[in-house]
Design a protein around this ligand. Structure first.
Ligand SMILES: Cc1ncc(COP(=O)(O)O)c(C=O)c1O
Length: 391
């Protein structure tokens, strides 16, 4: 249904997501087309990369066609071999796992902890064995996972790479440090559902200087093209494995305009988040709702607003009623350990009861930059009406 479609109640539909134009997007896209450099590594890619580097402190930023592609590039850089395993949360997007399975690793699905819905360090400790080459935490909703616990679990394993899947976390912080700066690699998403968008896009943040040269080669279809353009070699040729990871400069133009508006966008999203919290808090205990928790040492990225309902049956019935009333709420993440491909690529069966429980009870409310106060009130009213009807 389009944004203006009329559901059964006669009211306008409130979409779950609506990517919006926030600044100079149309001018920059036009400029990119008129300039004629529309493929990767152009002037807009440099501008967008510089903003991301300034915000995260990364050694190098490679703009990619998606976060999935950035995860795949990180997996290639790990040089995974048969028998190697990678620990991923079961409560995550498929790409968090498949990028590593695709490079030949077997997966160890780790449970999440109920406070941040991020990787559970105690389960991680149980899973760590000599086969583990990397751990890939997700900062769910843009709230840092238990970074300290994960670091403690990995303290005796400097050989294990930390790859932050930071698809939700751009501009969030943990103890004052930017999310995306805490691992050897971090990956970003600029898919239309994210805070900063360009249709489809992503980035790989390289936080260690030793990875930069090789990453540039893998990024550029296995060639040293970048070194050639920097004047470091007099011709370029095939050097290594790789793929075509680069984001077209026309999309980098869109991304640059969005990144320039990052403070406005983050402030708008913070308002939506805080308003939902304010409106729902008085009803939480009565309806058995668990609202998002933000540990004291975390500054959220305000990527999404989720809540947990008492049980799966209530969640499903509420979702259906909200949609019938024109409010597009959604669920999130079917646990990967329990999926067909998850079973196929797992190194061994692991138990992830919190992931299964959360997946069955979680509901995400419509969330986008320009969701009005009136819409937010209607979303909450519709949710509460649905809860009263089903209980
Ligand atoms: C945690 C996480 N990682 C990765 C992705 C994949 O992002 P993209 O669509 O940019 O490939 C998503 C998508 O929503 C995600 O939620």
């Amino acid at each position: 249904m389009s944004q203006h479609a009329v559901p059964a109640t006669g009211e306008r539909e409130i979409r779950f997501n609506h990517a919006s134009v926030e600044g100079a997007e149309l001018d920059y896209i036009r400029a990119s087309l008129e300039d004629g450099h529309t493929s990767s590594s152009g002037a807009f890619a440099s501008r967008a990369g510089a903003i991301l580097q300034e915000e995260t402190g990364a050694e190098e930023v490679l703009l990619t066609t998606s976060c999935t592609a950035a995860l795949e590039l990180s997996a290639m850089l790990l040089d995974l071999e048969p028998g190697d395993t990678v620990v991923v949360p079961s409560f995550a997007f498929t790409s968090t796992a498949l990028a590593f399975a695709r490079q030949g690793a077997r997966l160890l699905f780790c449970d999440i902890e109920p406070r941040t819905l991020g990787l559970d360090p105690r389960h991680l400790e149980e899973l760590l064995d000599d086969s583990v080459r990397a751990v890939v935490p997700v900062h769910y909703a843009g709230v840092a996972c238990d970074v300290e616990g994960i670091r403690r679990a990995l303290a005796a394993r400097p050989d294990v790479a930390l790859v932050e899947d930071n698809a939700h976390g751009l501009f969030g912080r943990w103890r004052g440090r930017p999310l995306g700066s805490l691992g050897r690699f971090a990956t970003q998403s600029f898919h239309e559902t994210k805070n900063i968008v360009c249709g489809e896009g992503g980035a790989l943040l390289l936080n260690e200087a030793r990875d930069v040269d090789r990453a540039r080669v893998l990024y550029d279809k296995g060639t040293n093209r970048r070194a050639f353009f920097l004047g470091q070699v007099d011709k370029y040729s095939w050097k290594d494995t790789g793929s075509s990871f680069g984001l077209a400069d026309t999309l980098a133009a869109y991304l640059t305009a969005q990144l320039e508006q990052r403070r406005t966008i983050q402030a708008k999203r913070r308002t939506v988040y805080e308003d939902y919290l304010r409106l729902l808090t008085p009803y939480a205990a009565r309806h058995g709702l668990e609202l998002p928790q933000v540990p004291e040492d975390c500054e959220p990225a305000y990527h999404l607003f989720h809540l947990l309902l008492p049980d799966r049956a209530t969640r499903d019935a509420v979702l259906e009623r909200m949609r019938a009333a024109g409010v597009h709420a959604v669920f999130h993440y079917v646990p990967l350990h329990d999926s067909d491909a998850g079973r196929r690529f797992a190194a061994r069966t692991t138990e992830c009861p919190v992931s299964t429980d959360v997946s069955g009870r979680l509901l995400r409310l419509p969330f986008h930059n320009n969701l009005t106060a009136e819409d937010r009130e209607r979303v909450v009213r519709t949710l509460l009406d649905a809860l009263r009807e089903v209980s």
